[in-house]
Design a protein around this ligand. Structure first.
Ligand code: HCA
Ligand code: CU
Length: 391
């Protein structure tokens, strides 16, 4: 089943280049490619060599690195594009054409029959030139295309027997997981090639849609680091990793070097001038911070009670936040122990009440709490005099 055997097509160097803040230099691209390769992604997708002279040179530089990841480039469905792309040493071509009525009307103006003819001509030509190249055919805006038109295109291409993989793209980020599941499932049943999913995040469903695609039988998922891409981007690498880890931890641990994730995200964030969002899966600043007293107590006993992901797998640390009104005495006690302080259970409980009362008055920091702990451990304060010590 593909949920246990999926491959990541990391498109930071293609879709990610379409992010407003992205302007990668050759050196940037090489650093990104090496890092993602070391992380363990199976494929890197790069911008078309026809985009600019630099794009062509960068693509050649990266195919020359000898990485483990297979190198793909993304081209329009045209023999001229394919001719240049084949000369760059890539392992595969991701060929795309628009099939939705919007694109047919406002972009290339072709009918479905013309699309089929062009696809047949281009793909057959590529296969004849390069019998061993990995060849993917995808339709842009697949989810706003008439299903009967779309299936007619895929069936016609499948009959040629020249592509290894079909792609479906949620270009404007409107698909629901159920729609993705259904389209992928249908394609899987009526065609013979692997299936790749590329999903935008306009409605916040990109990660869920990628998972639904795998449930429907997709084999390849497109990601970018931090999800960067056109508009607000696509399925993020880290989010996808979190999704798959919570489904099957062992497989994710085996396939990818998870401790590299944060540094890779920091590198990209720095290059494109953004921060890691606070609520980012895995690496968001509060992703492993526990606050409510009840949560803290359970975390101290058994972290998995409130942690679906183990931070240590990602080289990260969990935090208990204790300086607030929702705190609990188990957490305060744990902090006292961390500081090597000897306080009785009664003292801890009284001090916890004191912290809560103080936090009702003003925002506290961990330093404030630590100071209180030291003070009480010194025997300066007794439970009865707890409110005096604010002055
Ligand atoms: C675009 C193209 C694409 C292509 C996806 C694919 C999209 O930039 O509009 O090749 O599968 O989202 O449709 O990124
Ligand atoms: Cu896209």
């Amino acid at each position: 089943m593909s949920l246990d055997n999926y491959r990541i097509i990391e498109s930071t160097l293609r879709e990610g280049e379409q992010f407003i803040g992205a302007n990668f230099s050759r050196d940037d691209k090489i650093r990104i490619a090496r890092a993602l390769d070391a992380f363990g992604v199976e494929y890197l997708e790069l911008t078309s060599p026809l985009a600019s002279p630099g794009s062509l040179a960068d693509l050649k530089a990266i195919t020359g690195l000898g990485l483990n990841a297979r190198i793909l480039t993304h081209i329009r469905c045209r023999i001229e594009d394919a001719r240049i792309a084949l000369d760059t040493g890539v392992d595969g071509l991701d060929v795309v054409i628009g099939a939705s009525s919007q694109l047919r009307k406002f972009s290339h103006g072709m009918s479905i029959d013309e699309i089929i003819d062009l696809a047949a001509e281009t793909l057959t030509w590529i296969r004849a030139q390069a019998p061993d190249i990995e060849l993917r055919f995808s339709t842009e805006d697949s989810f706003r295309s008439e299903e009967k038109d779309l299936l007619r295109v895929y069936l016609a291409v499948d009959k040629l027997g020249v592509v290894d993989r079909f792609g479906v793209a949620d270009t404007v980020g409107i698909a629901t997981p159920m729609q993705v599941y259904r389209l992928v499932d249908t394609l899987r049943r009526i065609t013979t090639a692997d299936i790749e999913f590329h999903g935008h995040n306009d409605a916040g469903s990109a990660i869920a849609n990628a998972f639904a695609a795998l449930e429907g039988g997709a084999t390849h998922i497109d990601t970018t680091v931090l999800g960067i891409g056109e508009r607000n981007g696509i399925t993020s690498l880290g989010g996808f990793i979190a999704r798959m880890y919570t489904y099957d931890r062992a497989t994710v641990r085996r396939k990818y070097r998870l401790t590299m994730l944060r540094d890779i995200e920091l590198m990209i964030a720095d290059m494109v001038g953004i921060d890691i969002p606070f609520n980012n899966p895995i690496t968001g600043y509060s992703a492993f911070t526990h606050k409510a007293g009840i949560h803290a107590k359970a975390i101290l006993n058994a972290p998995e009670t409130y942690e679906a992901l183990d931070p240590t797998d990602f080289g990260l640390t969990r935090y208990l936040s204790i300086a607030h009104r929702l705190t609990g005495w188990n957490a305060v006690k744990a902090r006292a122990e961390q500081l090597g302080l000897d306080l009785s259970p009664d003292q801890i409980k009284a001090l916890t009440r004191h912290i809560k009362a103080l936090a009702d008055e003003r925002a506290l920091t961990l330093d404030d709490v630590d100071e209180l702990l030291y003070h009480w451990a010194d025997g300066q304060e007794q439970p009865a005099s707890q409110f005096a010590m604010t002055h």
